[in-house]
Ligand binder design. Structure first.
Ligand code: MN
Length: 709
C-alpha cells in the first residue's frame, strides 16, 4: 500500500525540501478531513487522494498539483469550505481543487458524438489551469483502477463517460499512456467477457510469436548495424481496446490482427529516422500506400513518427514506427512531457507550460508547412475564450466568453432572439444582460409581440446578435418612418385641398430627382424621420403640378391622429408628458421623427404656428397603451401616509413608476410621483382618489421644461 513517506522519498528526485513539506501538509490535512470515511473497497478514504498524487508524480507534476491532488475531494466530500482551504494553502491550490470539484459535478448524459466533443471542450474551458485537467485525469484513472468494488451498472456508466469524455481529452493532450490504460480498464468494465477473451488470445499468441518476433528484431538490428545507425529496437503489442476497436470498426478477425507484427525503432535524430526508413524498405518489401510521414506532418496532438508496413518472410505483415527519443517521450506523455523533462526551470507555471506545449505544436506545424487550423482547436481548449452552455434540452452551445442570454437566444435562432423577453439561468430568473458561465443551462422566454431593444447593443458580444438587432431596428424604423411620412404628407396635401391621387407620377419623379432619392418610399421615409418637411414636399409636388396658387393656411385639415403605438418614430416629450385628452402638437425633428408635445408646452411655443415645423395632432379614439405623467402631492408628514397614497393609486388602476419624497418642514412634505395612466380621465379619477386621503392638501400635475424632450 502506498504511503506518504514513500511518496516524499520519490519526490526528492525533483522537488525541493520545502515543496515536499507542503505536499505532506496537504496530505495530513486531507487525512484528517476524510477521517472516518471509507472507500467502497473498505480502505480508508485517504488512500485515493494519495494514489492520485502518485500518478501525477510519475509525470513529475509540480508541488501545487500534488497538493491539489491530496485535497481534490475535500470540498466535495467533507463540507470544508473553499475559504478554509484558501487560508491554509493559498489561492492557487484552492482554485485547482475548486476546478476539479466543478468538473466532477457536471454530468454528461447525451450519447451524441458532437455532444461528447463539445463536452470535452467544455471541460477544458472550465479548467482555466491545465493542471486541473491533469489532476482530474489522474483522479479518473485511479477510480477506474479500483472499479472492481462498484456495482456493474455504475462501473459501466463511469467507463462509458470516460470513453466519451476523458480518454479523448487525454488523447488531445497527447497523454497516450494514460489514454491507453483508461481505454483498457473501460473496455474491461463494459465488456468483461470480450476483454477476457482477447486477453487470453493475445497471451497464447504471444507464446507462438516469440520466435518470430526475435528473428524479425534480429534482422532489423543487423541491417541497422550494417548501416552504422544506432537505435533501440523493440517489439510492441497493441493494447486490448485498440485490438477490439479494430475488430469492431474494420471488421477484422482477431487472427488478422494478431498476425501483424509491430516494432518500434527509436533513434537520436530526425535524419536517422529517414535513413532507418530507407534501410527497412530495402530489408523487406513495403506495402504500397501504407507509408505515413507524421514527422513532416504531425498529428493534431503533436504526435510525430514514421509509419510503414512491410511484408516479411513468408508474407508476414510487419508494422514499423520510427521516431526520435524526443518524439517517443512526446508520444507517451504529451503535454506532461514538459513537466517530465523540463523540470529544471521550476518557476514555470502550469499555464506557461501548456503555452509552451501549444507553441511547440505551432512550431512543428509551421515547419511542416501544413495548415495550422488544428492548433486553433487545441488553443481554444487550453486558453478558454469560449464558453459552453446547455439548452434546456441538454444540447451544448459554444459562445465567446462574456456572452449574454441575448447572444444565446440569437445563437439558438434569430426568431428566438428577436422575441426574447426574459431568461432563466439554471432555472433562476436572470436579466437578459447577465454574462453566462460555463456549464449553465439557459432557458429563453419569448413573447410573440416582443421586439429587440436598442439597449441590447450595449451588452451583446456576438456578431450574430449585434447584426440581427441592428438589422431588425433598421427595417422596423424604416417601415415605421415610411408610414408616418405617408400620414404627414397626406395631411399636408389635404391642408392644401389635395390628395396623393391628384399628383402625376411625372411630378413625383421630378421631386425624387431633385431630392436625389430613388423611390417614393425613400421620400416618405425621409419625411417620417423628420429630415424633410411634409408641407414643403407637398408644395413641391403641387407646384410641379403647375398648381401654383396655394395658400398654406387656406384649409384647416383635420388633425392627424396619434395612437401611441407608432413605434420608434413617434415619441412623447419628457418636458410636458402629454397624455390622451391633452391638446397636442407634433414637432418634426430631424432624425427623431415626430415628437409629441402638449399645446401649452413652452418648448414648442416659438414654432407652434409654423406648419413646416409643427403638425396638428389629435388622439386616436382607441388607445390601449399607457402614458407617463408627473404629479406633485403636497401632504402632511404623517406615518403611513405614503402607503395610503400608493394604495390609492393602485385602487385607481394606475401604476407608480417612480416616487420620491422631499420634506418641506417637520409637518409638510412634497411627494414627486411618475404615474402611468391611460389618459386624462383616468388621471382625474386617480387624483380624486388621492384627494380623499387625510392629510393630502394639494395635487399638481407638473411639467419639466428643462428636461430634454
Ligand atoms: Mn477523487
Amino acid at each position: 500500500m502506498p504511503t506518504i513517506d514513500a511518496l516524499s522519498e520519490r519526490l526528492t528526485q525533483y522537488l525541493s525540501h520545502s515543496q515536499i513539506k507542503q505536499v505532506c501538509r496537504a496530505y495530513y490535512y486531507a487525512e484528517q478531513a476524510h477521517e472516518g470515511q471509507r472507500r467502497r473497497s473498505g480502505e480508508p478514504y485517504i488512500v485515493h487522494p494519495l494514489a492520485v498524487a502518485n500518478i501525477l508524480t510519475e509525470m513529475h507534476l509540480d508541488h501545487q498539483s500534488l497538493m491539489a491532488a491530496m485535497l481534490h475531494d475535500v470540498i466535495e466530500d467533507t463540507g470544508i469550505p473553499k475559504s478554509a482551504l484558501a487560508t491554509q494553502f493559498g489561492d492557487v491550490v484552492t482554485d485547482l481543487v475548486d476546478g476539479v470539484s466543478k468538473l466532477t459535478n457536471i454530468h454528461f448524459e447525451s450519447k451524441e458524438e458532437q455532444q461528447a466533443e463539445n463536452f470535452q471542450k467544455m471541460a477544458m474551458a472550465m479548467a482555466k489551469d491545465i493542471r486541473v485537467i491533469l489532476v482530474k485525469l489522474a483522479d479518473r484513472l485511479h477510480n477506474l483502477r479500483t472499479l472492481g468494488s462498484l456495482k456493474p451498472e455504475k462501473r459501466r456508466r463511469i467507463a462509458r463517460e470516460t470513453l466519451d469524455i476523458y480518454s479523448p481529452i487525454a488523447n488531445r493532450l497527447g497523454l497516450n499512456s494514460v489514454r491507453m490504460e483508461m481505454e483498457d480498464l473501460c473496455f474491461e468494465a463494459m465488456y468483461p467477457m470480450r476483454s477476457e477473451m482477447i486477453r487470453k488470445a493475445v497471451k497464447s499468441a504471444r507464446g507462438h510469436r516469440t520466435e518470430m518476433v526475435d528473428s524479425i528484431a534480429a534482422a532489423i538490428r543487423n541491417r541497422l548495424n550494417e548501416n552504422a545507425i544506432s537505435a533501440r529496437v523493440f517489439g510492441r503489442e497493441k493494447h486490448l481496446y485498440s485490438i477490439y476497436s479494430k475488430m469492431r470498426d474494420q471488421r477484422k478477425s482477431l487472427g488478422d490482427i494478431m498476425d501483424v507484427f509491430g516494432f518500434r525503432i527509436v533513434t537520436d535524430s530526425v535524419d536517422d529516422c529517414y535513413r532507418i526508413l530507407g534501410a527497412m524498405h530495402s530489408l523487406f518489401k513495403p506495402v504500397p500506400g501504407r507509408f505515413k510521414d507524421y514527422i513532416a506532418i504531425p498529428k493534431t496532438n503533436g504526435y510525430q513518427s514514421l509509419h510503414t508496413t512491410l511484408i516479411g518472410l513468408s508474407g508476414t505483415p510487419i508494422e514499423i514506427q520510427i521516431r526520435t527519443e524526443d518524439m517517443e517521450a512526446m508520444a507517451n506523455h504529451g503535454i506532461a512531457a514538459h513537466w517530465l523533462y523540463k523540470s529544471e526551470s521550476d518557476q514555470v507555471s502550469g499555464t506557461q507550460r501548456a503555452r509552451q506545449w501549444v507553441q511547440n505544436l505551432l512550431e512543428l506545424q509551421k515547419n511542416a508547412g501544413s495548415p495550422i487550423e488544428f492548433v486553433e482547436h487545441v488553443k481554444v481548449d487550453l486558453f478558454p475564450d469560449e464558453i459552453y452552455v446547455f439548452t434546456p434540452k441538454g444540447k451544448i452551445l459554444e459562445l465567446p466568453s462574456g456572452s449574454t442570454a441575448v447572444d444565446f437566444a440569437y445563437a439558438v435562432h434569430t426568431d428566438v432572439g428577436n422575441h426574447c423577453i426574459a431568461c432563466r439561468i439554471d432555472k433562476q430568473l436572470a436579466p437578459l444582460s447577465a454574462r453566462l458561465q460555463n456549464g449553465q443551462t439557459i432557458q429563453i422566454v419569448t413573447a410573440p409581440n416582443a421586439q429587440p431593444n436598442p439597449a441590447w447593443l450595449n451588452f451583446v458580444v456576438t456578431g450574430k446578435a449585434r447584426s440581427n438587432i441592428r438589422n431588425y431596428l433598421k427595417t422596423q424604423r424604416r417601415s415605421e418612418s415610411v408610414s408616418l411620412g405617408e400620414r404627414l404628407l397626406n395631411k399636408a396635401l389635404s391642408a392644401l385641398g389635395k390628395t396623393m391621387e391628384d399628383i402625376d407620377q411625372a411630378h413625383i419623379d421630378l421631386v425624387l430627382k431633385e431630392t436625389d432619392l430613388v423611390t417614393i418610399e425613400d421620400l416618405l421615409e425621409d419625411i417620417g424621420a423628420g429630415n424633410r418637411m411634409a408641407p414643403l414636399i407637398a408644395r413641391r409636388l403641387l407646384v410641379a403640378n403647375k398648381d401654383t396658387d396655394i395658400d398654406l393656411h387656406a384649409f384647416e385639415a383635420s388633425p392627424m391622429a396619434i395612437k401611441g403605438t407608432e413605434g420608434l418614430v413617434v415619441s412623447f416629450a419628457k418636458c410636458c408628458s402629454p397624455i390622451p385628452g391633452d391638446p397636442i402638437v407634433g414637432h418634426v425633428s430631424s432624425g427623431r421623427g415626430l415628437v409629441v408635445h402638449t399645446e401649452t408646452c413652452r418648448n414648442v411655443e416659438e414654432y407652434r404656428d409654423n406648419p413646416e415645423k409643427c403638425v396638428h395632432l389629435s388622439w386616436d379614439k382607441d388607445i390601449s397603451s399607457e402614458f407617463t405623467v408627473d404629479l406633485k402631492v403636497y401632504m402632511e408628514n404623517r406615518r403611513g401616509i405614503i402607503v395610503e397614497v400608493a394604495s390609492a393609486v393602485n385602487q385607481a388602476d394606475a401604476n407608480i413608476e417612480k416616487i420620491s419624497v422631499e420634506e418641506r418642514d417637520a409637518r409638510l412634505s412634497v411627494t414627486h410621483m411618475k404615474l402611468s395612466v391611460q389618459g386624462r380621465k383616468h388621471l382625474a379619477r386617480t387624483i380624486r382618489r388621492l384627494r380623499t386621503i387625510r392629510g393630502v392638501s394639494k395635487i399638481v400635475r407638473t411639467r419639466n421644461p428643462k428636461e430634454k424632450s
